[in-house]
Design a protein around this ligand. Structure first.
Ligand code: ADP
Ligand code: ADP
Length: 228
């Protein structure tokens, strides 16, 4: 589904963020990228949706080099959730979520119905929260809206960059279990970045353990935990 072939990224200042990376994510698989800050996880992610271009190598989505995809079409195939999701402050939760289907040409009423389903899916009752504004939500709830919005175009791929990194540990655990339940239902191909090994092990079907710009180990949680 998603495949990195000898991908390297050197920034203009000479920093080599990603060094000859090979990685394959199967359809419906959740792969966590875990490692300390600065080891190249975010750069890896941003090359998938072409917010960055690799210096060499290529990334294939459904067998096709992402560099040859039309960027707009490409981003419709990928939901993206970051640590602090940016919601439109002057739109309600329901409208924030309905924006994507509406942009994709859904009629307004259909887009809103779809948005309500998505909010339900991420554990926010649309009747209670749909009419609120982002500032009236807790951090955890805002991240849930971010996930709902990322799912709005029904993309086959989800890119998640520390989506639960900015909430307290109790809320994070709840978001993790909700996300596992949701993933069991929607079966997206997921790349999930975290610096927290516990989170990586809990969520990942397979885990890519990053060192400096490289993958040091790529295996199942059991194998990674059992490693000497
Ligand atoms: P991580 O997500 O694992 O924290 P990043 O991919 O953000 O790592 O960064 C990898 C390396 O690339 C770090 O050394 C970082 O300082 C560097 N880096 C990231 N973005 C840029 C940039 N735009 N220009 C120069 N160096 C960058
Ligand atoms: P979560 O576990 O999702 O992070 P919290 O425990 O932080 O939720 O919040 C609990 C309740 O308080 C939620 O129902 C949320 O809607 C409400 N709440 C949190 N922050 C605000 C706010 N700034 N204004 C109004 N309600 C809020």
């Amino acid at each position: 589904m998603l495949r990195f072939e000898h991908v390297s990224k050197r920034y203009p200042d000479g920093t080599v963020a990603v060094d000859d990376l090979d990685l394959e994510v199967r359809e419906g698989e959740l792969v966590t990228l875990v490692g300390p800050s600065g080891c190249g996880k975010t750069t890896t992610m941003r090359m998938v949706n072409r917010l960055e271009e690799p210096t060499s190598g290529r990334i294939l989505l459904e067998g096709k080099d992402v560099a040859t995809w039309d960027p707009v079409k490409l981003r419709r195939r990928m939901g993206y959730v970051i640590q602090q999701v940016g919601l439109f402050p002057h739109r309600t939760v329901l409208d924030n979520t309905a924006t994507v289907p509406h942009l994709l040409g859904w009629r307004r009423a259909d887009a809103r119905r779809r948005a309500a389903e998505l909010l339900e899916l991420v554990g926010l009752d649309p009747k209670v929260y749909g009419g609120r504004y982002p500032e009236q939500l807790s951090g955890g709830q805002r991240q849930r809206v971010g996930v709902a919005r990322a799912l709005a175009a029904d993309p086959p791929v989800l890119l998640m960059d520390e989506p639960f990194g900015a909430v307290d540990p109790v809320v994070r655990e709840r978001l993790q279990s909700e996300f596992l339940r949701l993933q069991a239902e929607v079966r997206k191909t997921v790349l999930f970045v975290t610096h927290d090994m516990e989170e990586a092990v809990r969520l990942g079907d397979r885990i890519a353990v990053y060192g400096q710009g490289r993958i040091e180990q790529f295996d199942t949680p059991a194998a990674v935990l059992g490693a000497p």
